[in-house]
Design a protein around this ligand. Sequence first.
Ligand code: TYC
Length: 120
Amino acid sequence: MSERKDIIAGGKDDRPEDHEDDGPQIGVVEKTRTRTRRPSMYRVLLLNDDYTPMEFVVDILEQIFHKSRDEAVAVMLNVHQNGVGVCGVYSFDVAETKVAQVAAIARQHEHPLQCTMEKA
Ligand code: TYC
């Protein structure tokens, strides 16, 4: 009868009631540490050109990058004067989406405005 029970239960010692007379049990406790990493961040950059109207760039900075009017003008002028400037720093997916949105709106309006991203 005990042989039969062991086979069905998957072997001796599988169930608490099988341990009654066995003395101390030895086991190994394993802990797995899952490392959490902060996501890499990306700078979204606007590039200067000679043709895109200043007002159009300011509108983009307000609508897509949620800048105040004053901030948008400051960023636009910085790009105008230095050739390149930072619109914001975002996770990869958000940065990628903003770059695509700028490209789409600029294309619709036939402006050569360029927007890129780089690892921060
Ligand atoms: N240089 C443009 C002009 O004089 C204005 C401009 C600013 C264009 C920023 C692009 O990312 C840019 N009309």
